[in-house]
Design a protein around this ligand. Structure first.
Ligand SMILES: Nc1nc2c(ncn2[C@@H]2O[C@H](COP(=O)(O)OP(=O)(O)OP(=O)(O)O)[C@@H](O)[C@H]2O)c(=O)[nH]1
Ligand SMILES: [Zn+2]
Ligand SMILES: [Zn+2]
Length: 230
């Protein structure tokens, strides 16, 4: 899948290298967490396949919560500033990280993003920091970025069978969002079946259904975010 996480290469040497790479990442992630807490923020790492609706949900979330909470966003993509441009248009501080090919963010890149974001904060304070990971349901699940909460999204057109096929994202998350529920009439997608499969992997997972397009289910998500900031 990618050049740097070794996801495609088998063998004991590779396992060793991966272990030390992940240990280094975890150490840096812990520093990021301290850094984020010094800003007063709770950080949320958003993980999904490309196009599940992460940026759209962030746009709607910012519209609804901007007057209430101080929000900042770190956007991760392989190329382009497109997501950051969308978030900037909503009037909150944002930094675009481009991985130049890698299919996930890591703690080192996130650390650079944190400093760049901090430079945009007048009073160096935030309530909520969203980190939108690169669209990929596999590798992002392996890399702690220093977040406090991990949210995994699966949109209705992707199908309800994703939890068992991509277990790590569900095992390591606190919240599973079934997105684009406005499309349920057109797809053979059972939210109950998807939720059941995810809960078999991780019984502590919270599950929400929402449509950023219609706003259905958004209130539950906003209350969830408010409760994290208390
Ligand atoms: N019908 C419907 N479409 C949606 C919804 N949310 C997002 N979309 C559409 O889905 C497409 C992808 O949305 P994005 O928000 O860009 O998805 P993303 O997860 O940020 O994509 P990447 O950053 O490329 O991984 C866009 O065309 C959105 O308009 C929704 O709730 N319902
Ligand atoms: Zn990879
Ligand atoms: Zn996006």
């Amino acid at each position: 899948m990618c050049d740097d996480c070794g996801c495609a290469a088998p063998g004991p040497k590779v396992v060793e290298v991966n272990q030390s790479l992940l240990a280094a990442n975890d150490a840096l992630a812990a520093k990021n967490r301290t850094h984020i807490e010094a800003l007063g923020a709770v950080a949320i790492n958003m993980i999904s396949s490309p196009g599940s609706g992460k940026t759209t949900l962030l746009e709607k979330t910012i519209e609804r919560l901007k007057g209430e909470l101080r929000i900042g966003v770190i956007e991760g993509d392989i190329e382009t500033e497109r997501d950051a441009d969308r978030i900037r248009a909503k009037g909150v501080p944002v930094v675009q990280l481009t991985t130049g090919g890698a299919c996930h963010l890591d703690a080192a890149l996130t650390h650079r993003g944190l400093h760049a974001l901090e430079d945009q904060l007048v009073d160096k304070k935030l309530d909520l920091l969203f980190i939108e990971n690169v669209g990929n349901l596999v590798c992002p699940a392996t890399f702690d970025l220093g977040e406090h909460q991990r949210v995994v999204l699966v949109s209705v057109p992707e199908g309800p069978d994703k939890p068992a096929k991509y277990p790590k994202a569900f095992v390591s998350s606190q919240l599973f969002i079934i997105s684009k529920t406005d499309l349920l009439p057109y797809f053979d997608f059972s939210p109950a079946a998807a939720a059941k499969e995810a809960l078999q992997l991780n019984p502590r997972l919270a599950v929400m259904e929402l449509s950023a397009a219609t706003g259905e289910g958004l209130d539950g998500w906003l209350d969830y975010l408010r409760s994290l900031c208390r």
